[in-house]
Design a protein around this ligand. Structure first.
Ligand SMILES: [Zn+2]
Length: 137
């Protein structure tokens, strides 16, 4: 079972995001003043600086914008993974997140830009908060 680092609380910007992840929901924020999509979680809108933000559930569906294959990572937390994919995924709601692509046999050949993916929540041995990762659909 994966044992990735866990979020540390209190952390007022991201705690609502992580509590939603714990419930199996991927969330993002939207500015109630200018309608901009805000991600990663913030206290203010990156477009207009308004603090009038609301939380929304993402469908978890998205498209791989770009990716890279990490062939070896000596950090003990990641060393068991072997080769793995780090990707930017564009969610259908209009935000981009860095994540991993899982559920593939060969990370060198089974991933491509433009590929449709769906979020999964990877349970961690290291704590109560799963990590959102994505698998091809
Ligand atoms: Zn705004």
């Amino acid at each position: 079972m994966p044992r990735r680092p866990q979020p540390r609380f209190p952390e007022p910007n991201t705690q609502p995001y992580w509590e939603a992840v714990k419930d199996g929901r991927l969330t993002y924020q939207r500015c109630n003043d200018c309608n901009a999509v805000v991600f990663t979680p913030k206290f203010h809108c990156a477009a207009c600086s308004s603090e009038n933000l609301s939380w929304h559930d993402s469908s978890g569906a998205g498209t791989i914008y770009t990716y890279s294959v990490v062939r070896q990572n000596r950090n003990p937390v990641f060393s068991d993974l072997g080769a793995y994919v780090v990707a930017y995924v564009d969610l259908d709601e209009g935000f981009r997140m860095m994540t991993n692509i899982v559920g593939i046999a060969n990370p060198l050949t089974d991933v491509h830009c433009g590929q449709r993916v769906q979020v999964q929540f990877e349970v961690q041995e290291s704590g109560d908060y799963p990590i959102p990762v994505f698998a091809p659909v």
